[in-house]
Design a protein around this ligand. Structure first.
Ligand code: ZN
Length: 144
């Protein structure tokens, strides 16, 4: 996260800060944003000398963090778009299936209706036959 600072005494790259603080300049910059920077006290692990150095990691670090966030957000957004696309495709497929199932149901209903109608006609026909048979036998309504 932190960039390395060179030891002014021996040139060793020092990463760890003993202490650090944020400095906010009183003067406003042209765009009104006050650029903050951090000052750190470093201790060289090689020559053991302590030195102060400006740590420009808050701005660059923040920038990379923002870049990372933007990349992450883009990934999330892409994922969401992908999910939405998949869902939309699924919905379309399901709607098509629903329509075909409903068409199938309608067909079966019609088949069932026509079968019921046919049976009704057949039953009527049989009743008529039964009636004429009764009349033929002269039994009238006595035979049940
Ligand atoms: Zn040193």
């Amino acid at each position: 996260m932190y960039s390395l600072v060179e030891c002014p005494n021996c040139g060793t790259k020092v990463a760890t800060q003993v202490k650090c603080w944020t400095v906010t300049p009183v003067k406003h910059s042209a765009n009104g944003i006050i650029p903050e920077f951090r000052i750190g006290i470093f201790k060289c692990p090689k020559c053991k000398s302590k030195f102060r150095a400006k740590v420009d990691t808050t701005t660059t670090g923040a920038e990379t963090n923002v870049k990372d966030l933007v990349v992450k957000l883009k990934e999330i957004n892409q994922g969401l778009t992908q999910t939405l696309r998949t869902l939309r495709e699924k919905i379309t497929t399901l709607e098509t299936e629903r329509i075909s199932v409903m068409v199938e149901i309608e067909k079966l209903k019609k088949v069932a209706e026509s079968r019921a109608n046919a049976l009704e006609t057949e039953v009527d026909q049989l009743r008529k036959e039964l009636k004429s048979l009764r009349e033929l036998l002269g039994a009238g309504d006595e035979i049940d």
